[in-house]
Structures are given as structure tokens and as C-alpha cells.
Design a protein around this ligand. Structure first.
Ligand code: BG6
Length: 305
């Protein structure tokens, strides 16, 4: 039987029987579904966006808003948005989309494969795939996603041009938690951070707990963070490489109300720990040079005493 639509063609070329297939997801967005002995996951080609990751027998590790858009021109609210080539607002043109164009562009499939430790999906984007008004330099970026007992997400950025390339970036990870008021983040004790709410540099003392809007860029840190979540009896570990900065974000009450694609009460059950190249960790790479920003997300089961 010959294929007469894109999903069928993707399945013909790239599906792995019993492990990986393509479907039309929310809003008609092409979605890669992975299910193996370790975990299940869904990844949208729109934004190379990991939308869900659930190890076998566990609650979802990633959070997704019930109010998210699933539209070609808008980012998805939840999962792991890929923010590139700028994090936050564009450095010089405030009319350009927040957090770059990678998360609102449709990516191509480069490879699918079965590995000993999980299922591999590689997606690819170049300057040819983005609208001319957003094109600033030639590039090739690939998102490598390995779905196993841990979730590995690596953004490989190659400068394919003739000039130096500057960028900032984030794997803007939304984690699913029981209750923002009862979780704590470990791993950033004594770390200097920029408090984005008052633009003052501060120093973290001890664990991070939450009782108000929180929007911080932790600087000069390569360590893993752990979300200790007593309500879900688990600890989520976010390890990383190629990153010297970590963003911690929860919008709390008022900002939640201002965001059209975020439910007013949803801030209770999400927390972003973002693996970034932000602020003084923005990067410059030479022609042909490659930088890999990587997050490794997994569960540490809490000992029951
Ligand atoms: C975080 C920023 O990384 O992303 C916040 O620190 C921002 O300031 C948040 O509000 C969400 O951004 P956006 O563009 O997805 O609404």
C-alpha cells in the first residue's frame, strides 16, 4: 500500500516496530511516540519539543499545561522547549519571538535507532528551515533524544558559516511536581544568581524553596540539581553538560494569570529547572566549531522509611 500522507511516509521511513511510530498529535502536529521497556515519551517535530517522558510505573516526569497552544506559529507550554539562538528576548530586536525561533519551527527527522540503553531520535534544523526575517547566520542544530531509564536531551550546535556565531540557549525543562509549596531544589547552595525580578545579583543559601514568583539565572554552575518532592515520594535529578548556568522559574499567581497558554492554578504543579547558556554563559563559536548543550533527567526513588 503506497502512502498518501506525511505521517504514513514518516512511518515508512523511520518507524521502529513495537518501539517508535509517528502520529498526528494535538493541533495536527506531527508527533513521535516512543514506548520501550524503560519508558514512554512523545516528541513533536514542531520545535523538536519533548512533550512527555514517563519511566515505566512512574508518574510523568515532565509537565504540560492543559492550556498549551499546539499551533505551527506558537510554542508549546510544557515539556522541554528548545530555546535557541537566543534565550529570553532577542538581544537587539524586541519584535523577534521570545526564546528564539527553534521552538516555533518544524524540524526534520535525521535518524531513529534502537540503542542498548533506549530509543534514539535525532531531529535537525538549518537556516533554510526558518523564515527569512529571522535568519541571522548559517547553522546546523540537531536535537538528540534518548529515551531510556533516563531521558538524555542534547542540543548540538554547529557553526556552518564563515563568521563567528554568538548565541544563548536553553533546554527549558518543565518538571511535574506534587506541590510547589512543598518541594525543594538542591544543588545550588552558595551559587551566585541574577534575580530577574529585581535585576539584583544575590547568593543562594541552602536549598531553594518557593513561596512567591521565582525567576533566577544561577551563574557559573555545572552541578546537577535535584527536586526533592515528598508529595510524590521521589527526587528528580537534572544533570547537565555544556552548561555553566541554570534557570529556576515558577510564575506563581499573577504571572500565571497574565499568560494565555497557562492555567491560573497550574503553577502549583510545575517547576522549571532549565539547562542553559544564559547571561555570562552565552557562547561564541568559530566556523565549523560545535557546542553541545545537554540535560540528563532521571528519577531517584525516595527511600521509604
Ligand atoms: C523563563 C524565563 O526561562 O521562561 C521567564 O526566565 C519567562 O522570565 C519564562 O517568563 C517563559 O517564557 P515564555 O516566552 O515561554 O513565556
Amino acid at each position: 500500500m503506497s502512502c498518501d500522507n506525511a505521517i504514513c511516509k514518516f512511518n515508512d521511513l523511520y518507524s521502529i516496530p513495537g518501539e517508535l511510530f509517528f502520529k498526528e498529535g494535538n493541533g495536527g502536529l506531527t508527533t513521535v511516540c516512543i514506548n520501550n521497556k524503560y519508558a514512554s515519551a512523545e516528541i513533536s517535530l514542531h520545535g523538536a519539543h519533548v512533550m512527555s517522558y514517563t519511566p515505566k510505573g512512574e508518574k510523568p516526569v515532565l509537565w504540560m499545561s492543559g492550556s498549551s497552544y499546539f499551533q505551527p506559529d506558537k510554542p508549546i507550554r510544557g515539556g522541554i522547549p528548545v530555546c535557541w539562538p537566543w534565550f529570553g528576548g532577542h538581544p537587539s530586536d524586541k519584535n523577534k519571538p521570545s526564546h528564539g525561533f527553534a521552538r516555533i519551527t518544524d524540524w526534520h527527522i535525521a535518524e531513529t535507532d534502537t540503542k542498548p540503553n533506549g530509543t534514539l531520535l535525532i531531529l535537525r534544523l538549518t537556516e533554510k528551515d526558518i523564515p527569512a526575517n529571522l535568519r541571522e547566520f548559517p547553522f546546523e542544530i540537531k536535537l538528540e533524544v534518548l529515551v531510556g531509564s533516563e531521558l538524555h536531551v542534547g542540543l548540538a550546535i554547529v557553526n556552518t558559516g564563515k563568521e563567528k556565531m554568538s548565541f544563548s540557549a536553553a533546554l527549558h525543562t518543565y518538571l511535574n511536581i506534587s506541590d510547589i509549596a512543598s518541594v525543594a531544589v538542591e544543588g545550588l547552595d552558595n551559587c551566585k544568581y541574577l534575580d530577574t525580578l529585581d535585576h539584583i545579583f544575590k547568593v543562594q543559601k541552602g536549598i531553594i524553596t518557593f513561596n512567591a514568583e521565582t525567576d533566577r539565572v544561577y551563574l557559573n554552575t555545572q552541578t546537577a540539581c535535584i527536586i526533592d518532592d515528598p508529595g510524590f515520594s521521589r527526587r528528580i535529578k537534572i544533570a547537565k553538560s555544556g552548561s555553566n548556568s541554570t534557570v529556576v522559574w515558577n510564575p506563581w499567581i499573577e504571572k500565571s494569570k497574565r499568560m494565555p497558554d497557562f492555567g491560573d492554578e497550574e503553577y502549583h504543579t510545575m517547576l522549571c529547572i532549565e539547562t542553559t547558556n544564559a547571561e555570562n554563559d552565552a557562547r561564541v563559536i568559530a566556523p565549523a566549531e560545535r557546542h553541545i548543550l545537554k540535560a540528563i533527567i532521571g528519577l531517584e526513588k525516595k527511600e521509604r522509611g
